[in-house]
Design a protein around this ligand. Sequence first.
Ligand code: GTR
Length: 403
Amino acid sequence: MKPSTYFIICFCFILLLPYVIISAQTDKSWKASAQIVEKLSKENSGFNYYEDKVPNYTLPVILTSKDGLEIASSDLWNKIRRPEILELFRKNIFGRVPDTKYSETFKLLSLDSSVFERTATQKEILISIESGGKLLSFNLTLFTPNNVKQPVPSFLLIDPWFSESNTPRWKQKGNYWPVEEALARGYGMAIFDASQLDPDNFDNFKNGIHAILDKNPRPDDAWGTLAAWAWGASRCMDYLVTDRNVAADKIAVVGHSRAGKTALWAGAEDTRFAMVISNESGAGGAALARRRFGETVARLNSSFPHWFCTNYNKYSNNEIALPVDMHMLLALIAPRALYIDCADEDLWGDPHGSYISLYNAVPVFKLLGWNSSIPESMPPLNKQVISGRVGFHIRDGVHNMLL
Ligand code: GTR
């Protein structure tokens, strides 16, 4: 080789080296940044952000019933194991909806078929629940595109922050709930004000829907606020299936953070939801409790004593005693579609624990006929993994719902 050719090859190699290194890095499975781990550990010293300090744990087995029966068919899953797991989540985590009788009505408060430059219709619906002479009403907003004549697949956002300011969160941040973009692609977009259904504060369950439906005394497995919001999503579903512009069998329930936990529970309790999208749901959501990474069961129970049922307190600093872990909550969504997303800087919500949880739920999707197969290690940052009916991504940035 001539020295000049040799020189040119070396020169090109040196020029390309940064790209080779960057692409090798971006193709690597996601790992928490050491700086963020250190920063969060300092700011929040009582919590673990180090992967090597995650305790050893064994996950409860999904595909064996409590009587030791191997669950090897969709029939056994649907008849035996799914109801067992659902019941364990009701009893120990989210709580049970009381069987108090109630009546439900929908009132169309307004209809404007010329929103977003006449491309869409906005309906405001008031959903009212009446029981024993007590009444509670909450609002559902629905946008549907004008140029699509057939019923449209739609997304329902559970929004607990709706009434926090005069401008709801989804309106403040253009991409938190991208109504116009979704409409342009032919989807319907609905939002309901979860705080009207049950305010997000602890008052010993005297307010919201608890004041209408709860029995006294409240049992230790009585529903908490997240279960109340999930129940509210189902009441919105009761309306949406009657709206001729919405495709009743193609409705996704969506939530961020505390509402991401709620969306998972709504999808578990109500199989009419065709899809669940749970954004940065963390502890009490997609993330495995036994990992004790970031937020823990104890922290959830002390900071938000109204979110879960009283029995959940038994598992504060005692996750190992939980008869379930959160991979089983994800499995309750199968065979419907499930999408989990996380954020790189949101270690409080344990992205890795959320992925392991999804990975361990996949056998149920497979059993139910969906060839969902995701790698054991997490995808790289900003790279989506979708297989069969499950999907996951971790994006760069902080805790928020962003495109
Ligand atoms: C945090 C809580 C998380 C998450 C978040 C949110 O304070 O610790 O579990 O739900 O709030 O909802 O934004």
